[in-house]
Every structure is written in structure tokens, then in C-alpha cells.
Design a protein around this ligand. Structure first.
Ligand SMILES: [Zn+2]
Length: 88
């Protein structure tokens, strides 16, 4: 980070990016939020032991046709917690 940029400025910019939808907070269950700018809806595989978070496309997890056409999904949050045994 540039030494001349204050933390308040950074936090303000992060909030602005989040409000405008260009940055999304990911709650991984620990004390800190992570941010990402992945545009496509997806689920997260989370391993608290190794601090690993992996994006998984929703099309892999469920059939989108399972949502009735009368229901308009506005957001989705799927977090799968487990033990990561691969390489980071
Ligand atoms: Zn993600």
C-alpha cells in the first residue's frame, strides 16, 4: 500500500466498490472479510485450517431448473466448510 494513502481512504473506497457491486464480501466464518470481484454467482469451499477458499460454479452444484420460474432469485450464498487436503 502506498504510504501516503490513509486507511480511512482505503475503507471508504472498498465500501464504495461494494455498494456499486464491483466488489463482493465473502464471509468465511473467521474474523476477517475477504473481498472478490468474481462476476458470476458461485459457491465457496472453505477450509478454516488452511485458510483456503475455492470458488465453485453453481452449475456444478445444482440444477438451475430446480428453481420454479415464478421465483426470481436475487442472491445466493452457499458456503461449504471442510478440510482442504490439496496443495494451495
Ligand atoms: Zn468467490
Amino acid at each position: 500500500m502506498y504510504p501516503e494513502v490513509g486507511l480511512t481512504t482505503v475503507y471508504r473506497q472498498v465500501r464504495h466498490l461494494e455498494k456499486t457491486g464491483r466488489l463482493h464480501a465473502v464471509d468465511t466464518g473467521d474474523d476477517a472479510l475477504r473481498y472478490e470481484n468474481t462476476p458470476e454467482p458461485h459457491a465457496h469451499l472453505i477450509c478454516p485450517r488452511t485458510d483456503t477458499v475455492v470458488d465453485i460454479p453453481l452449475t456444478v452444484l445444482f440444477n438451475e431448473n430446480a428453481i420454479p420460474p415464478e421465483f426470481e432469485a436475487e442472491s445466493i450464498d452457499i458456503r461449504i466448510f471442510g478440510k482442504w487436503r490439496g496443495q494451495n
